[in-house]
Design a protein around this ligand. Structure first.
Ligand code: SAM
Length: 263
């Protein structure tokens, strides 16, 4: 397993929440996919964007993440939730590349493209082997991945040096605006995209208050490579959807929702 760790999230995960609090497109699909599964395992659970609505539906969510800051942000939300929802959430600090909860699940998932943060084939295999060890007999693993089409659309692969404004959001409490500007570098020899994420926070008068730059890395691959990778870990693709509405996967799909079973 590679020891190469680097900042994956802003020092202040509140920025993550501000930027993604409106991202809800995948929630309904994961609610449907987890129907009938009482206990589920979410890898790279973050601040609970998905885990909380799933717990609200009565799923018992076990969530792992290696970031102390992200988990702390998640834990801060727990007192604001009804007791029966809180009772459904179990958090663990663990690296998805190698972990052991000593428990098996009928449903395991790595949502929101988080598998691309694994930067080498060695790390990807190590993660898949860990996920497989946590799958109960007949259990389902779901991993959603960005596609090359999305990478092209988002201009991640163009090596355009100009700074691009990719996201803007307003803090509902203070009215302050947060912007995330990014530059991308893609190295086709490693399939790794590096992104400098510049977070800029403005006060309510529009004056720049804080700025933070975070290096973000992701490794992109085509589905054929992913299929072979799964097979080397005793896993196989059972189904692929091309959107979060169970639509077909095709050359224009921006996401691949891959439903996986043990061989
Ligand atoms: C894009 S966020 C996704 C959070 C959440 N699943 C969601 O859908 O909002 C990615 C998360 O992956 C976590 N992460 C990245 N690499 C990881 C690893 N090797 N092991 C565990 N968590 C990891 C980060 O700390 C971050 O919380």
């Amino acid at each position: 397993m590679s020891k190469d760790m680097f900042p994956q999230v802003p020092e202040r995960p509140i920025l993550y929440d501000w930027l993604y609090h409106k991202t809800t497109k995948d929630i309904e699909m994961y609610c449907q996919l987890t129907e009938g599964h009482s206990e589920i395992l979410e890898c790279a659970v973050g601040t609970g964007r998905l885990a909380i609505p799933l717990a609200e539906k009565g799923r018992v969510v076990h969530g792992i993440d290696y970031s102390t800051a992200m988990l702390q942000k998640f834990e801060e939300k727990l007192p604001g939730l009804p007791q029966e929802v809180r009772d459904c959430i179990h958090l663990y600090q663990a690296d998805m590349r190698d972990f052991d909860l000593n428990k098996k699940f009928t449903f395991v998932f790595v949502p929101f493209g988080s598998f691309v943060y694994l930067l080498s084939i060695e790390d990807q295999k190590s993660c898949l082997n860990s996920l497989r060890r946590h799958l109960a007999d007949g259990g389902t693993l779901v991993i959603d991945l960005p596609t090359w089409e999305e990478a092209r659309d988002e201009k991640w692969l163009d090596n355009d040096v100009s700074v691009m404004k990719v996201k803007q959001t307003i803090n509902p409490t203070t009215g302050n605006t947060t912007e995330m500007w990014s530059t991308f570098r893609f190295d086709s020899s490693t399939q790794i995209m590096e992104q400098d994420r510049h977070y800029k926070i403005y006060d309510h008068e529009g004056i720049l208050e804080k700025e933070q730059v975070v290096l973000w890395k992701s490794r992109f691959f085509l589905l054929g490579e992913f299929q072979l990778l799964l097979e080397t870990c005793g896993l196989k693709i059972a189904e692929i959807y091309g959107d979060f509405n169970f639509g077909p996967y095709h050359h224009k799909s921006e996401v691949a929702v891959v439903v996986i079973k043990a061989i």
